[in-house]
Design a protein around this ligand. Sequence first.
Ligand code: GLA
Ligand code: GLA
Length: 674
Amino acid sequence: MSDFVVSLCGMTSWPLGVPGLAWGADYNPEQWPEDVWADDVRLMREAGVNLVSVGIFSWALLEPEDGRYEFGWLDRVLDLLHEGGIRVDLATATASPPPWLTTAHPEMLPERADGVRLAHGSRQEYCPSSPVYRRKAVALARALAERYRDHPALAAWHVGNEYGCHVSRCYCDRCASAFREWLKARHGTLDALNDAWATAFWSQHYTAWDQVLPPRATPTYHNPGQLLDFDRFSSDALLELFKAERDVLHEVTPGVPVTTNFMVGWTFSALDYWAWAREVDFVSNDHYTASEDAERHVELAFAADLTRGLAQGKPWLLMEHSTSAVNWQHRNLAKLPGELRRNSYAHLARGADGTLFFQWRQSRAGAERYHSAMVPHAGTETKVFREVCQVGAEYRAVRELIGSTVDARVAFVYDWQSRWAVGQPGHPNADFSYQENVFALYRAFWHAGVTVDFLPPDGDLSGYPLVVVPALYALDSAEPFERYVEGGGRLLVTYLSGVADTRGHVHLGGYPGAFRDLLGVRTEEFFPLGWGQTATLDDGGHVALWTELLHLDGAKAVASYADGPLPGVPAVTRHEHGDGTAWYLACGLSGEGLAKLVDAVLFDAGVPRGPSDVEVVRRRGVVAGSPVSWLVAINHGGGDVELPAAGVELLTGTRVTGRLTVPAGGVVVLREEV
Ligand code: GLA
Ligand code: GLA
């Protein structure tokens, strides 16, 4: 074990004692008779498993009646795992309350915006503001912590599970009072609330706090300020639950790191993970690819880079992905041979120091019985289990990557609050999607072979030659971006950035509001395009969805509309400001036009393109006291690809001098010679 691994093991920001890169799964032994457990541990060893998450959905078995805990079976599971040398990310088991609890306290069930109270019978059936849920969850976390504080298998705590996955907003009376308290803390007075929510509109002026409600089902559009604050409140309310359990765990088991699995990816948007990431001891994420998306590996890269951003560049853990099909998409396509391996390495390349799956053994019953696992229904003589064993063994060969960081010279600014704000109804184009806007640009950088970091809106931009700001809609002031560009930075801002302040009030005087001066433009009117309507730029670029009637105010036009509703009007602009440049993408540019723009800004920033036919990411670290870099290259295509490189390929032990072959569908990990 390298010195680095030893020092990591001594820290409280990583699962304790995992010997190398983490490899494993959610382990749900309670779904199986005990005589399967010994076989599980034997097979885990065969598969190179060294970390499993246990007990995530075990509340009903751990506390079969109020206050009576039954830990015997979990003792036996943890002992068996420990004997097998497998570390445990132990759940607090609070992800789903047992039926006896919701039967005794139906008021703890969550309520939808239309007043329907959800019943038990699936999972996550609790209201975030329920004092009963909180009291019982914290008590269970304490009981588990007290029981297992000295268990030698305990590596980390896994609080809840995917907070907000199914119930991220609750509209019940208790949440209404909690929301009011949250609003009082944010706004202070009712006058300030009326002002922030602009309640003069549609006769919504409040004269007493108890008139203020969550955005329940209403005749038509909600107040946008109310919606945005309720999104913020709801993310905070769940975070408070996490913190309540975490604090007890820190108290009883100081030194054991605490995490909860995020859902950074395409669809889930309900939590402001920048705020959450500050509260976990290490960041962990669950990621599933959209099986019908031909470029699902690009979305995976996006999620992994964003997760690394949340971890502030430090190592993070992929808590769950799938070995093959999931069971919750419309058509659940199996992963192709080699895909599980490529997916695992793609997360690793982008900063994960371990990749785990949902789940160890495929369930034979229950709602997720057709979700793949490390051990499929068909057993171990399978493509899945063979690939699982292969990667498990390979991870030992590349373990020196542990603790290294990822090289990126371009940063994207990502903002959940802007995502909420610009996703509200009543905007100029309901087909605009924050996520698609960010991802279109991300995809263009991915195809240019450029690795990107992600930053929060108030992140430190210095050190990046290029910063990309997609649809940063809700922004009070662009001053930090102005300073960045004045100091020589290159900035690319897209439409719908800086349009409103963080209350959602539009900045007056022309769009894009807060960014107007920096970008040297003034838009007098949005001109979204209709269904099937497109426009062409004078450089051939193809535009859909969005255009705007823009005037230059210091900037120069890079490209203008050749047709469409605004012929001759600038669509892409460039403004020299201080020592830097601020680019504005004022339209829904796609395909080759977008690729060309990305090339131009990369050139402007002096950032070289990487290979475009193979995914290549560089990690840097220290081995035996010396700085080292590694290239992780993943070939998603059907033909071999050659790269100029020199060093040692760790998976085969081959010395590479000059040219490195990345086989079709394969992966290489090269320790570079510099
Ligand atoms: C109707 C209503 C107005 C306003 C407009 C907007 O005419 O009376 O208050 O909402 O629609 O289109
Ligand atoms: C999520 C959950 C798991 C399981 C998987 C299935 O990640 O955390 O319990 O439901 O999805 O894809």
